[in-house]
Ligand binder design. Structure first.
Ligand SMILES: [Mg+2]
Length: 238
């Protein structure tokens, strides 16, 4: 839907949200999916350590993906190959396990605190898009089933278009989708400095880092930083 005429008095017109870790609680979706898949394959290995090991492997492999060292297709079974090797599971096929994990993951639509209220508030004020680095088969069903679905005009999924944040092409694609040309009136909000914030800075738009970890960083400087989604309203009103 188009922004109201009120939009022209505000600084921002196009608001792009990262999905996971920003609006969607991907950690929770991932943890639940992993638990369910382990149960399904009768792997009795669930505990806090297993989760930590998986998260570490998963982060590493997505970092490799960002650096283009591995494709999305290779990433799917490879992360479980590494995970099984780390937890000494030998009898399960990583590819089969991955398929089930992704199916469960695609059903996880848990939200970050304040996400629904914020997006609902944004709805009649800005052009709203989701811009996500993720797997199409996981992200699409999650978005479609989410209570947030109706608020977004476009969902831009990296795997679907062949470019990922921080590449400028994914931003070009988003701007074209929205028929938006003015970089000064666009902002990206995300929790990841190297993809969301660096991507936005390189593209020449404003950025807001959703920093929930309390970490500090001085090589990538966002336009704004928030630790709570409710704080975004004042920023967006300019
Ligand atoms: Mg994120």
């Amino acid at each position: 839907m188009a922004a109201l005429s009120l939009g022209k008095y505000m600084k921002y017109e196009l608001v792009l949200f990262d999905a996971d870790g920003t609006l969607f609680d991907f950690d929770k979706a991932s943890e639940e999916a992993l638990k369910k898949a382990l149960l399904l394959f009768n792997i009795d290995k669930w505990n806090a350590d297993t989760w930590k090991i998986y998260k570490k492997i998963n982060k590493q492999i997505w970092d490799e993906f960002e650096l283009k060292q591995i494709s999305a297709a290779e990433l799917k079974p490879e992360r479980f190959r590494r995970f099984f090797s780390a937890i000494s599971v030998t009898e399960v096929d990583p590819k089969e396990f991955s398929d089930k994990y992704l199916l469960f993951l695609s059903q996880g639509t848990y939200l970050i605190d304040g996400a629904e209220e914020l997006v609902e508030w944004c709805y009649d004020k800005f052009k709203l898009g989701i811009i996500t680095n993720g797997l199409t088969s996981v992200q699409k069903p999650r978005f479609n089933q989410s209570v947030l679905h109706k608020y977004f005009e476009h969902y831009i999924i990296s795997e679907e278009i062949g470019f990922a944040k921080p590449q400028p092409e994914i931003f070009d694609y988003s701007f074209e989708k929205f028929r938006h040309t003015d970089k000064n009136s666009a902002i990206i909000i995300g929790d990841n400095l190297t993809s969301d914030i660096k991507g936005g800075i390189d593209y020449g738009i404003d950025t807001c880092w959703f920093n929930t970890s309390g970490a500090s960083e001085n090589s990538i400087i966002p336009t704004y930083e928030i630790d709570n989604l409710a704080k975004l309203k004042n920023i967006l009103l300019g």
